[in-house]
Design a protein around this ligand. Sequence first.
Ligand SMILES: C[S@@+](CC[C@H](N)C(=O)[O-])C[C@H]1O[C@@H](n2cnc3c(N)ncnc32)[C@H](O)[C@@H]1O
Length: 208
Amino acid sequence: MNKEDDYVRLAGIYDPLTAPFLRDIRNDVCALARSRHLDCVLDMCCGTGYQVILLHRKGLRAVGLDISAQMLSVAKKKGGNGVVFIEGDAAHAPFRAARFAGIIVTLALHEKERNVRHRIVEEAKRLLKQGGKMILVDYTQPLGITARVAHGAIHLIERAAGHEHYRRFRGYLRNGGLEGLLSAHDLIAEEIRYYHFGCTKLVVARPL
Ligand SMILES: C[S@@+](CC[C@H](N)C(=O)[O-])C[C@H]1O[C@@H](n2cnc3c(N)ncnc32)[C@H](O)[C@@H]1O
């Protein structure tokens, strides 16, 4: 779908590279979705589908949406029966309004252009049922010495992903990271958790 699929080269190695660092987050997202009775969930920018497949295994109806055919091809190979993956743009998501009890976006917002990032959050709001929740996971500004050191390592990783990727990541942080997005879109944080020495934040949020 996307002619310039950023993830063509990464798709095959994405899981082995990231899985060990994201295991706790993936499990927490499942536990939170279950405890908050988010029976039908959309994972926007689902990548290789790790989270969607885990949600499905825990008995939740989960749909994965991603723009990259390569990432989705890895996801579909792992997914098995009953796991739904759709190729499409999360900034113009192909679903009717108020379709999902939960919307998940993990580690995808920091790498988008500003307008796309905001558009995806707007779409997430549109797709959420009354009383539904978003679970957003992404980098945050570090507080304290340990977090600042770990944040340095994250800068190196993001820089290694390429000049454009790094520029967008810095723009995301300059604009207030996850907190900036919550406040720009009138989203209230109901629960917050930190990972990676305080550099990554999970927020369960709802519209004001
Ligand atoms: C860093 S990966 C994160 C994947 C996954 N959420 C995770 O936690 O591993 C970012 C994903 O966003 C996808 N993506 C980029 N732009 C998108 C868009 N406009 N709509 C949907 N997916 C998009 C990429 O193809 C990639 O799979």
